[in-house]
Design a protein around this ligand. Structure first.
Ligand code: DGI
Ligand code: FE
Ligand code: FE
Ligand code: FE
Length: 187
């Protein structure tokens, strides 16, 4: 499928604001793929599909997790963490995408994980810094993303963990593993 087909397919599944966010992630992911030598088409497709499950029915998503032997902790973690793994399931089963790296980038776009691939980092970062994001500190993350992909990834996961602590949310162990994996990088 081409860009226009994917965009058409996601449009009816999300409110306009999320669609605009998705276009921003697409633009940013393509830019990062060009800059860091990743497959541009993979980055584009992953970005377009990354939030496809964001508005899916929670009970349906829980059923997907149960039926497909996904991490069962997702069931009790609340809806936010379901849409990545379930989005990857939709990409595979509805859009016939079997590129495991592309699927993983969707699967882990909310939590990150230890040992992320270049494409996974690109999508995680693009999701966080796309032009429509405007939280405190986003400019710093944007300039890091233009300097070094790993340092940008570390800054992004650090920002996420800090945010979760500040808002008193429980932290999914996979996010902690991502943080630990990157924290040893040289400043
Ligand atoms: O889907 P988006 O809004 O574009 O972005 P996202 O997929 O990165 O989702 C962000 C949400 O996920 C945000 O509300 C924080 C939440 N989140 C990320 N990691 C964790 C988490 N929530 C909990 N409880 N634990 C986590 O480890
Ligand atoms: Fe998301
Ligand atoms: Fe994110
Ligand atoms: Fe997103």
């Amino acid at each position: 499928m081409e860009r226009a087909d994917y965009l058409e397919a996601i449009k009816s599944r999300m409110p306009e604001k999320r669609y605009i966010h998705t276009m921003g992630v697409m633009e940013t992911a393509i830019h990062l793929a060009e800059k860091y030598g990743e497959n541009v088409k993979s980055a584009e497709t992953a970005a377009i599909l990354h939030d496809i499950a964001k508005y899916a029915d929670e009970n349906w998503m829980i059923q997907i997790v149960k039926d497909n032997d996904l991490d069962q902790r997702l069931i009790t973690w609340g809806p936010e963490l379901l849409h990545g793994p379930v989005g990857a399931w939709i990409a595979e089963n509805e859009f016939n995408i079997h590129d495991e790296d592309l699927l993983n980038s969707i699967r882990f776009h909310t939590t990150g994980r230890a040992g992320m691939s270049k494409l996974e980092k690109i999508l995680y970062i693009a999701d966080m810094i796309e032009p429509n994001r405007n939280f405190d500190g986003v400019e710093k993350l944007r300039s890091k993303a233009d300097e070094d992909l790993n340092k940008a990834m570390r800054a992004c996961i650090r920002h996420s963990i800090k945010y979760l602590v500040k808002t008193k949310q429980k932290i999914y162990p996979v996010s902690i593993e991502c943080y630990n994996d990157l924290i040893e990088l040289d400043e």
